[in-house]
Design a protein around this ligand. Structure first.
Ligand code: ADP
Ligand code: ZN
Ligand code: ZN
Length: 664
């Protein structure tokens, strides 16, 4: 008899030992049915051994070995092992989370689909080229193409409309012609049906497995199996696609790598982008991180020589230019109903010319920050480069990074103004105002409230691409990579709330959002224009935006992060606690902070309630850990998570978030 060490979907770190006949061909990576308590479960064999720490007489036997799906490879198990350890999540749960539910169930897998178009025929797949690459694109293709067959991370920094997709497609064509697979990760597939269409057009007879969380169970299972069996040469998906087994992986692409949706916010809180780099390393292939506005982490990695930078500095469509960006000074221009006169004039001009306008309402990064209308002062923390958050319930200002607590000042410390107010959310009545001004115009409002269903949204966006709608009013949903040929004006409202946000990432995000949303305009011959309403037109972020100077902006942000001791110069983790009473969550965190001796290299800050403390009836608080040394932080987190009481025992639920990006 031999011993199989099996990963099961239970919230403990250990593996479970089962006996199996010596003659059995079972190997690590096999799915097995095993008895567990009174029931049977499907687990994954991780190791085979001839001994167990449990007495053999007490070990149970494997019920059967499943061979209806490919054996999970050593490299796949290695990826899962790394993610489980790095993000502090039990191995069995991590394995289970990476498999579609059907592969974890006792039900047999669905029948193999009849081979659809293409697949694994021997002929090189057909590639339908759309454009001849311009010199910048050709250079990128050549450099990355030369690295096929070995691990190399690239940042493809291409301005909006520079033709990054064309670069991906040509590299993928090379990979497919070698009989290998390509993994392409995108932020949100439902929002970018155009991208999927371009892939299908470029590879008309190739099977493309599309993977995202909104798929029906059976569609996800089939796509996963196509990928794992090596029958789908192209895998196009959201972050979870990075967990798919791919036997012949030849290239990994992460499009819009800066996008926050690559970070999972529950369960295994992994970064799909970072996991993609790991994946490429394990597979020995290049990884391309593409974006117009790199995350500061990625930019930092380029500067440190860990990633290679390739730039596409021009728009690809001949004659297309980046839009002209201008600020509209709200201290001079009165903005009736939220829209200043230059903005209204610009919209009127576009209507007369039959071109589309987009009115973008920036809702992200909003936190109630106390500010002075007359001088622009905003309450900041003396210990951190962070704004204080106004907690209306107890009329206190609180720093969400270090926990400092201050009373609300009676007057502005800078100019003496007594009328201090939280910065408002701006108007929600933009659509109504515009409709009243332009009854003849077709106004489309596009946000999460107006478009609940994904396919409805996709259809609306496609319509916009065909020229439907004269004025679009919308939020972040409109900032993603859409191609709207007839759009020539983008107006940005409420940008300032993000500038005053407490989150040190908000300037980075605002720059990315504005560069992206601005990049929707002027994608053909007619030049685009971006108007940003603000009370702080001199702010360096806007100045960089006007110059289209990502690099300058990134450098100044990095300098600020370095002097304030924020990522990427330090590594962070958050311990979050949820309870029915806030005091219970806070007490849990205070006790957690004292539980172990903390090494000097790791700093634990005081617990603080979340900005939105109570959510769905649950009170939430967190504390932040920082360290200049990733291994030191990792070592401490490992010991700590093992020592913390189980979530269920105290009425407090907790989790760790490594490299957290959301703090509200
Ligand atoms: P990005 O993803 O970099 O924002 P896209 O890949 O969407 O840019 O390309 C923008 C537009 O440029 C698309 O309409 C695309 O068809 C076009 N395009 C790409 N490469 C070329 C090229 N070499 N010549 C002409 N047009 C191109
Ligand atoms: Zn502080
Ligand atoms: Zn003031």
């Amino acid at each position: 008899m031999k011993v199989l060490r099996v990963a099961l979907d239970v919230p403990v770190a250990k593996l479970f030992d089962y006996l199996i006949d010596d003659a059995s061909p079972a190997a690590s990576g096999d799915r097995v049915v095993v008895p567990f308590g009174a029931r049977q479960r499907v687990g994954v064999v991780v190791e085979i051994s001839d001994a167990s720490s449990v007495a053999v007489s007490r070990l149970k036997s494997v019920v059967r070995v499943l061979d209806d799906a490919p054996r999970l490879s050593a490299s796949w198990l290695e990826q899962i092992r790394f993610l489980s350890s790095y993000y502090q999540r039990p191995f069995g749960e991590t394995v289970a989370g990476a498999l579609p539910a059907r592969l974890r169930s006792l039900k047999p897998l669905p029948k193999r689909r009849k081979s659809a178009a293409g697949g694994t025929s021997d002929a090189a797949p057909h590639f339908a080229a759309v454009h001849d690459p311009n010199p910048a694109q050709a250079g990128a293709i050549e450099r990355i193409g030369a690295a096929l067959g070995s691990f190399r991370p690239y940042l493809l920094h291409g301005i909006t409309g520079s033709g990054k997709t064309e670069v991906y497609l040509r590299l993928i064509a090379q990979v497919l012609s070698k009989g290998m697979q390509a993994l392409v990760l995108v932020p949100e597939i439902g929002l970018t049906p155009q991208l999927e269409a371009r892939f299908r057009q470029a590879f008309p007879d190739t099977r493309i497995a599309v993977l995202h969380s909104a798929l029906e169970e059976s569609a996800r299972t089939h796509a996963w199996l196509d990928a794992a069996r090596g029958e789908a040469p192209v895998i196009l998906g959201t972050r979870l696609a990075v967990l798919t087994p791919l036997p012949r992986l030849g290239i990994v692409v992460v499009d819009e790598e800066h996008d926050a949706s690559f970070k999972q916010q529950e369960g295994l809180r992994y970064s799909g982008r970072d996991a993609a780099v790991l994946r490429a390393k394990l597979a020995g292939c290049p990884v391309v991180l593409g974006t117009a506005t790199p995350s500061l982490e990625t930019w930092f990695n380029c500067r440190a020589g860990r990633y290679e930078l390739i730039s596409l500095p021009e728009r690809a469509v001949p004659g297309a230019r980046l839009p002209t960006v201008r600020t509209v000074d709200l201290r001079i221009e009165s903005a009736e109903h939220g829209l200043a006169k230059p903005v209204l004039d610009a919209i009127r001009t576009r209507l007369a010319r039959g071109e589309q306008s987009l009115v973008f309402i920036n809702r992200r990064g909003y936190a109630p920050v106390l500010s002075c209308e007359s001088c622009g002062w905003a309450a900041g923390c003396t210990r951190c480069s962070a704004r204080l958050v106004l907690h209306a319930t107890d009329r206190k200002l609180r720093c969400h990074h270090c926990g400092a607590l201050e009373p609300v000042p009676r007057e502005c410390p800078s100019c003496g103004n007594v009328d201090l107010r939280p910065l408002g959310r701006g108007t929600q009545r933009i659509e109504e105002t515009l409709a009243a001004l332009h009854p003849e115009a077709r106004i489309l409002r596009i946000d999460r409230d107006s478009t609940r269903k994904r396919d409805e949204l996709a259809r609306t966006l496609e319509g916009v691409g065909r020229g439907e709608g004269d004025i679009l009013v919308g939020t972040q949903l409109l900032a993603k990579g859409h191609d709207f040929p007839n759009l020539s004006l983008v107006c940005v409202l409420n940008a300032d709330s993000a500038l005053l946000s407490t989150d040190y990432r908000s300037a980075e995000r605002l720059f990315a959002t504005l560069a992206q949303v601005g990049g929707r305009s002027g994608r053909r011959e007619q030049p685009g224009e971006v108007l940003v309403q603000t009370r702080y037109p001199g702010h360096p972020m806007f100045q960089a935006l006007i110059r289209h100077d990502y690099a300058g902006f990134a450098e100044s942000q990095l300098a600020e992060r370095e002097s304030a001791g924020f990522p990427p110069y330090v590594h962070e983790a958050a311990l979050r606690a949820e309870a029915t009473r806030l005091e219970a969550a806070m007490a849990f965190l205070r006790a957690a902070a004292r539980l172990l001796d903390v090494p000097d290299s790791v700093q634990i800050y005081d617990p603080v309630p979340h900005v939105i403390t109570r959510r769905a009836g649950v009170e939430r608080a967190q504390l932040i850990l920082q360290s200049a040394s990733r291994p030191a932080l990792q070592d401490f987190l490992r010991l700590w998570s093992a020592a913390l009481p189980a979530s269920t025992s105290s009425g407090v639920r907790w989790h760790l978030d490594v490299d957290p990006i959301e703090f509200d």
